[in-house]
Write a protein that binds this ligand. Sequence first.
Ligand code: SF4
Length: 420
Amino acid sequence: MNEPIWYDDLEQFLLCPRRFQLDKGTIERSEAPLDSSELLRFGFSVERPILEAEIFGVRFIADPDLAVLEENGWRLVLKKEAKRFKQKYAVEAAYHAYIFSQRGFPVNRVTISSPYFEVDLDWRDALPRLISLLENITTFREELYDPRPTSLCKTCPHVIECSEALIRKKDLLAIHGLNERTRAKLLREGIEDLEDLLNTQKLKDFSKDVLEKLKKKATALLERRPILLESIPALPEGLFLDIESHVVAGYDYLFGILSGDEYIPFLCEDKEHEGAVFKRVIDFLLSKDGPIYHYCAYEPTHFRELARLHGVESDYIRLRKRFVDVYQILSRHVALPLFSYSLKSVARYYGFSWRTKLDGWRACKYFQMWLSTKDPSLLDTVMKYNEDDVRATQLLVEKLRSMGFNETLRMSNVTAKESR
Ligand code: SF4
């Protein structure tokens, strides 16, 4: 393992060790780390100090937000935006403090600082957990960890190969939407894998319709092809909408619309202007006809809240029946050989590729960096990411159309849980 490991990598490993294995060596680092030991030796307080240490034969890098020399040793500060303290900060504190101590800069305490709280930690409490984590991450393992479907998969680029890995094992976890409870019920009835499911004629705890649907999903997986569950409604020409939200500042900073082949971004640089930008978006949507396609429930749900907040409820009422959730149509009408039906997973399955490596959270970080630097390349990347999302949604509508349709479209089908 030549690449040094950063704390972000450790966090990734905790969430999905398989993803860490698959991404290893492909993670882009914008700058080579510069060792800060000279400055620290002078006793200066250092912002974003970098120290590297070899642990279990692997290079690890500590990069806390601040290091300050105090009477009894160093104090490290980790800055956060979260409203509440999270237990996982204890391992992060131990990580940076352990590397500092290994390099001869003993750490007395670590402060977790956010606009909402400040907590001082004795980092040694989390040391046993950290050491076992470092042992795990540095242990060479030839075989890949098994896929572990979680919410992280929604934006992961490896869904297709992880689905394939689950299908090869005929694992029930490959079925989209199969929760632990349903899986346990199937196991209780002796259904241990996808083939058992296909060979079953009757189940005590499942209606005939539900069993038929599960069997179609199992067939789609084992035969690696989409299967129609129900006939697809007609999907007229329309607009495609995707919103990017600033999770920390609590407002929507980008409303991206695809109209015909034209991508139209509505950008909002601060919370104060959200109302004015939102009204321009509403006016634009009202000036056009046809459905407003989106993926999952966020857009219409949020439009309702914004309309109430900015006093344009009557305009929203005129729009609300035009919202069409493509995820709802897809998951109800089609079984795919995938365990995740997130926009990223399904569009990639149909050959779409994103021009950036962002996800919603990283896009927000890029936008925040653009606000402080005004570097146009940052905003350009965010726009590309948003444009690709609406173009991916458009591609899925085209794919659904190509599967044929017999029903009349019911708009405003926004009851599903957020699923991306
Ligand atoms: S798709 Fe899910 S299980 Fe597979 S690597 Fe990505 S996060 Fe892990």
